[in-house]
Design a protein around this ligand. Sequence first.
Ligand code: SAM
Length: 455
Amino acid sequence: MLPLDFIDSMRRQLGAEADDLFRALQSDAPTSIRLNTKMDVLTFPCDTEEVPWHIDGYYLSERPPFTLDPLFHAGCYYVQEASSMFVEQVLEQYLPQDSIVLDLCAAPGGKSTLISEYLGDKGLLLSNEVVRQRVFILSENIQKWGNGNTVVTHNTPAEYGEKCESMFDCILVDAPCSGEGMFRKDPASREEWSLKNVRMCAERQRSILMDVWDALKPGGILIYSTCTFNQEEDERNAEWIADSLGAEVLPIDYDPAWGIMEGTIGYHFYPHRAKGEGFYIAALRKHGAWPAGLAGIPSKALRTDKNSKKKSPAFPAEYEKEMRSWLQHPDHWAIRQNDRFATAYPAKFKDLIEYFAAHFTCISTGFGLGEERGKRIAPQHSLSMAKDLRREAFPQVELTREQALDYLRTAALVLPNAPMGVLLLTYENVPLGFAKNVGNRLNNLYPNEWRIRYQ
Ligand code: SAM
């Protein structure tokens, strides 16, 4: 049952068409996934259809049990509702790939993995989540995606606004909202909905935007999105960004066949028109321009910090040499030591990442590379997820589906005839993680906190 006030307000907003929306909200939500470039071809045991606005997006005619697919855990695809994938269109139309991007409200990471893929080995993504319980799944999804171009943080929008002046070429605020677009997927969102809650969400969205605004460069792109339909949280807030914070509204090109409806500002995805969940998106360019010829990272905070920067500790040279031998492009990465652990992140952004490590709560920077154990260095799990892993650095053992699921449950594995030492386990030739063959048994090194639970 849809809330009555919601029915009234949608009738005012959409007129007679509102009934089509209400019918769509009572139907099943389509299932869609976005493929990772980890695999050339991925087949599903059902029909697939392309998502028209994202080259890697596919609708699945059925919802398979993803938990039982080892390739899902290997980061070969992300289950993401299709409308959200439209963020790609804004990136392609307005953002160079070598940009520094902040995804401020990022968990569980659907849009962050999309942005990370877009930036590839040229740009850097700061992926932030303020709610503690949600930040670890964000970090897990980023590790599994495997690009190594992302720093996951757990900070407030105000901390970004205060400590990162003019640092970002683009900020995505995929704001917490009243969730009208999730009514069919998530029945709890219907129960929590009220006009009062819509007002409260709209105010919170403005406060988030105001807090983070200083972190966007003059001339930088702000992408504002919600998964709700009402104009108070959507158009009114986009207008408020333009008029009060100071930005120009940008048009986004789209094919009329996609079923997108233009708002007075921004673009609505209604499930009775476009195949996906409810979604709203607007792109704006902050007034002003970044001075031509001023290269590098612009933030004032970072420039002053560089002078006072302490040198981070370094592992012995032989450990570093060994870790670099595990990578396809060792020179692309800087290695950072944190206690016993080494992480790899793009060397190009060393100063910036050191700045975040010193001033923010970083959950992960790039990917975990190695861990000092006794008198040797062992690979960390997220190396096995990294696309830059040099697989030949480890003996590889291909698992059956049953063995792969046992491995992902962190169960004991028996692999007769496997080589001794650290092994890279694969399924359908995609890395799943490491194990160590110690002769009489195989130590399962899959992270305990990621293990899958099923009967
Ligand atoms: N962008 C995510 C994705 O594509 O997977 C979904 C983000 S969800 C719509 C909004 C996020 O904002 C949630 O993870 C929520 O925890 C976070 N959030 C809640 N309150 C917030 C606040 N006051 N400031 C910033 N983020 C907040």
